[in-house]
Design a protein around this ligand. Sequence first.
Ligand code: ZN
Length: 230
Amino acid sequence: MSKACEKALVVLSGGQDSTTCLYWALQRYGHGNVEAVTFDYGQRHRIELDCAATIAKLAGVRHTVLPADTFGALGGNALTDASITPEQGSRSDDALPNTFVPGRNLIFLTFAAALAYQRGITNVVTGVAQTDYSGYPDCRENTLKALELSIRLGMDFPLNLHAPLMFMSKAETVYLAQEVGAMEALAFSHTCYNGVQPPCGHCASCELRAKGFAEAGVPDPLIERFAREA
Ligand code: ZN
């Protein structure tokens, strides 16, 4: 199959990285060959779902929202459990932060692959990266390689799992966003663990995002949008 008729399904959370990946896929596969999928996993911050829908609309791609609410029932993490507060700032020890949702990426990518299978789409794109992040083990390349193989075997389907940001620093992902034309959409993305707009500016996620834009020497279009509206 030539690249021209290949299609891609992007896992779109509404955040900075998955938004950049959506535009990466549009540039690589072309408009009309890209779709997005978002998971409603019982996240405390419904704003993520709204952001994903807005960005998919801006990008002009078909957008599917799939329920994956078992994570809320499992509890025990700050993203679905309202009684747990996301940890502040960056960490110095090796323990996983309480924003880690065990199994989340494994399940999301498997569901995405199942949807891709049904649609005859052989490329699934995810915004995970193993550099510069909180050390989530399901964001590492070896996990993705193993999962890709499991899906190929288990679905008898030639799936390619792409993680274009895997080895990029946060600053490099900002440059990529510029290159693929994602900056306008990034003004509508959502990163803050505290689920507020404008973003809180002090959670680990806000700090990481701000650091990336600062290192790239590029203003964050999300912050600029709120500054304009203020
Ligand atoms: Zn925040």
